[in-house]
Design a protein around this ligand. Structure first.
Ligand SMILES: [Zn+2]
Length: 335
């Protein structure tokens, strides 16, 4: 997978040796007329940053999605990457494709100045073109985007999503701290996803966040470097639980977690845990579960226990179910 930084055009990019790589001349000559403009239609939306190591660069703009230049630029980069062997093109940093970042006041770009349906039409047009040009290059080609949006289901194979977080930071807003897998509940049988990224957004409860993500039917996105900083014992536990969850996802529970339709969770009494998050207390269950209807019409529940102690739960219609420590369990449910 390669992740493209949306429609961003970076103008100045500080380098490790203290110099700044700049394409200002090319930008002024070839690009500035195609970036998003302020409401006056005359001021190009150029931003600067004094933050050290800002991932945007220190000076940047955003190509207007409605311009052929923007579409051609992104499509060409995507095709270049697909030819180089990347199976998955991930369109990042256009989180769900929000109107707020696409605003453009230009009357020179072929769209009505300001907000409008042209915004999502431009994204759909780009996705159509990426699929058309990249899919023939790799039999495993897949298109992914950051944070799902039902408007783009027809073009996407994957979405990056964050229903696993234990946080009141992005994508949550304080005082909210419990993201729920609403998109998966509505659309999992149309679009599967992967989490971004373990162990981020887990407030130090890495295995809990992982259990929550897998229970939401998400594949694991892993930021391996972060795990190097765990204490050795916790790193071993994290890796063991990750292996257990991956084998479960790819094996026994695949029809549910990959191909199933998510149902409402069951009313199960689960021990509750509490911790102090960045902006206040966060409560979460000791065991996460999710309920699925598989393509053959059967119902089942999947359980994920990130703790080092086993739990026995009373599952409606089934009875007592034991979930092993740092373990998983698939339980058939009555129809
Ligand atoms: Zn525009």
């Amino acid at each position: 997978m390669i992740m493209l930084s949306g429609w961003r055009w970076t103008i100045d990019q500080p380098q490790a040796d203290g110099s700044v790589h700049s394409n200002q001349e090319q930008f002024d000559r070839e690009v500035v007329r195609y970036v998003t403009y302020a409401a006056d239609g005359k001021t190009p939306g150029i931003q600067t940053s004094d933050k050290p190591k800002d991932w945007h660069g220190s000076k940047y703009a955003r190509l207007c999605p409605a311009t052929p230049f923007a579409e051609q630029t992104v499509a060409a980069v995507a095709a270049y990457c697909a030819k180089a062997g990347y199976a998955i093109i991930h369109f990042d940093q256009e989180v769900s494709g929000p109107a707020s970042t696409s605003f453009c006041g230009s009357s020179e770009h072929g769209h009505a100045p300001g907000y409008g349906p042209w915004m999502n039409q431009a994204m759909a047009h780009l996705y159509t073109r990426i699929r058309r040009e990249c899919a023939p290059l790799n039999p495993d080609f897949a298109l992914s985007m950051e944070e799902p949006n039902e408007l783009y289901i027809p073009w996407l194979n994957l979405c990056q999503s964050r229903p696993n977080g234990l946080t009141n930071e992005f994508p949550m807003r304080n005082p909210l701290s419990q993201p729920v897998p609403l998109f998966s509940y509505l659309y999992h049988d149309y679009l599967v996803g992967w989490v971004a990224f373990y162990p981020w957004r887990s407030a130090g409860q890495h295995r809990v966040s992982m259990a929550k993500g897998f229970a939401a039917g998400m594949m694991p996105g892993l930021h391996l470097e972060s795990t190097y900083r765990f204490p050795a014992e916790e790193r071993a536990r994290f890796q063991a639980f990750l292996r257990t969850c991956c084998e479960f996802y790819a094996g026994e529970a695949h029809e549910a977690l990959f191909a199933g339709r998510m149902e409402a969770p069951l009313p199960i009494a689960v021990p509750q845990r509490e911790m102090v998050g960045k902006n206040g207390p966060i409560r979460f269950p000791a065991v996460y579960h999710s309920v699925w209807t598989t393509p053959d019409g059967k119902r089942c529940a999947t359980f994920f226990n990130p703790e080092t102690e086993a739990h026995r739960l009373d599952v409606p219609g089934v009875g007592a179910v034991d979930i092993p420590a740092m373990g998983v369990r698939l339980v058939a449910l009555p129809r």
